[in-house]
Design a protein around this ligand. Structure first.
Ligand SMILES: [Zn+2]
Length: 324
């Protein structure tokens, strides 16, 4: 089964996705702040050039597909990313969804069923249109649905986003990926909510699971069928790579090679943690860190070629296509 996946540069058959980074960001911005309080390190053309060079470098390392999980709440601008995508050999896939871990923006709080401006839920309209027609008036369609909850658990607003994502998944089959709070075992409540909404848990990635050092928690998530995102390698301000590598190898020893995906949650530019801050605090947090440092260390720790292929090629394909 090789259902095709939409990317910025056309449909790609599941068999051709190749080595895939399934949780990254090209540009994380804030359009309102960018107008009213421009960030001194943001230079649009310079950052587009930097993104092009990063992705050409990734292609030389064997990466063929990158999923950009920048959605509403993180400054998604697919026209800007398209300027990168058309110049690089790596394919970029876009996402729909809403990064609102606690409270939705005012528009969504007041527009929707039973709300002040009563009508269909604009979140559902947005997700379905992004998946079926294209994002923001372009023909770039979304390949994943990104949702979030954090240390506060599933708030009423995040439950609404989960419900909209579940409806979009049921209607389109596009997989769901989450931002979860690993330290409070937040992925379990996410699974509970999605299961109640009739989402098959094997079509869900519990993102940021790699931030947990609780083996029982990670096994519980995987035993319910979801994929675990070990997707923040290099993000040293929330966890240590040594812990992520240790937990990953333990999960592999317990037979979970078919439930894990690897990525960095890095960005070419993020207004939230700008390049000058990253240079000091997270110098390894780039999209090439797995290839430069982490995978060589995992190989030294016993990761064999077949398992590496499973983690980097087969599992992302299964997430994106729903295939075996
Ligand atoms: Zn992310």
């Amino acid at each position: 089964m090789a259902r095709s996946i939409p990317t910025f540069t056309g449909e790609v058959s599941g068999d051709d996705l190749g080595m895939t980074l399934i949780h990254e960001h090209i540009f994380v911005t804030d359009p309102e702040l960018d107008v009213n309080m421009p960030h001194p390190e943001w230079d649009e053309q310079g950052m587009i050039e930097r993104a092009v060079q990063s992705l050409i470098d990734l292609h030389e390392r064997g990466v063929r597909t990158v999923v950009d999980l920048t959605v509403i709440g993180l400054g998604r601008d697919v026209r800007r990313v398209a300027q990168v995508a058309e110049r690089v050999p790596v394919r970029i896939a876009a996402a729909t969804g809403c990064y609102a871990a606690e409270v939705l923006p005012p528009f969504f709080r007041l527009n929707g069923p039973g709300l002040v401006v009563d009508g269909p839920d604009p979140l559902v309209e947005l997700f379905i249109r992004d998946i079926e027609q294209g994002i923001g008036g372009t023909s770039v369609r979304a390949a994943m649905i990104k949702i979030a909850s954090d240390v506060g658990g599933l708030t009423p607003d995040s439950q609404r986003v989960f419900a909209a994502a579940a409806e979009a998944h049921r209607r389109t089959g596009v997989p769901i990926t989450t931002h979860s709070h690993a330290a409070s075992r937040g992925g379990l409540a996410q699974q509970d909510a999605l299961a109640r909404l009739d989402v098959p848990l094997d079509r869900v990635v519990i993102g940021h699971s790699g931030d947990s050092t609780d083996l029982a928690y990670l096994r519980a998530l995987a035993d319910r069928g979801s994929f675990l995102g070990f997707d923040r390698f290099g993000m040293e301000h929330v966890g240590r790579d040594a812990d992520r590598e240790r937990m990953l190898l333990q999960l592999l020893d317990h037979g979970y090679a078919d439930r894990i995906v690897l990525s960095h949650d890095a960005a070419v530019f993020s207004r939230i943690t700008p390049p000058s801050w990253r240079a000091v605090h997270t110098p390894d947090w780039t999209m090439s860190h797995l290839f430069e440092t982490v995978l060589p260390r995992l190989r030294a720790g016993g990761l064999d070629d077949a398992t590496e292929h499973q983690l980097m090629v087969v599992n992302p394909r299964r997430v994106l296509t729903g295939g075996a």
